[in-house]
Design a protein around this ligand. Sequence first.
Ligand SMILES: [Zn+2]
Length: 288
Amino acid sequence: MLVKKVFLLCAAVCAAVFMCSCGAETELPENTVYTTFYAMYDLTSEIAGDKMNVVQLVPSGSGPHDFEPTAADIAAVSESKALVYCGSVDTYIGGIRETVEKSGVRTLDTANGVDIAKDAKDPHIWLDPSIALEQYTAISDMLSEIDPDNSAYYSERLATAAENINELQREIDTLKSTAHKNDIIVSHAAYGYLCNCIGIEQHAIEGGSGDGSDPTAKQMAELIGFAGENDIRIIFAQRNESDRAARAMAEEIGGDVLLLDPLEADTGSGGYFEVMQQNIQALGTALE
Ligand SMILES: [Zn+2]
């Protein structure tokens, strides 16, 4: 009986050790590149095609603003070839970058060289297509350095991405020439860079900290007044986020709610090109 118990105990301990050792060794494919949130994942995937295993660190349905990596996340990134991120949007990056760099992982800040200090609350730079093209280029350069055998492939993918960016620029130019309004009201202040391209301004419903919190009654009243003065009939909610405040405001002004998507999370609406086309179309309706 005792022998049987000891045997069972041994079996249990062995199983536990086996399971632990399996869990610790996250066997990543050799050509794995980590990216932080959805826009970084999508831009990197566009260039990497089928030559790299591109993985998203932030769960694909959530955005970067509330994310904190776990020890297991950091261990997994440490085993990859590279980590692609986007400046101050990835607020937690300081806690992970040094550790993974010590393990020989290359890190690429796609916001490098882009002036985001002018509005630290709105670092959503990829929503300006010309900046997205710079980001595509930086990603292509890095992949070519990691994997020189496929550099012609990455250059070709970059050329296709650049064509799509040109198409978006054309659509933005058309929007610019047909817009009759200078302002939009949005739930989350994510569209400053996109608005810059069009020559309009965003006014956010969320609280002052830019974190999606509810506005105060005073802020709501001021924005409703602003909407009335500027004939604003559309309030933009964010896909995948609560539209409660946007609905409340739309009701007050007798207007409608439309959606914008800052590509912070994968909302199942497509990649950069498709989502940006949807954004431009929705903006066209609001600026009529
Ligand atoms: Zn955001």
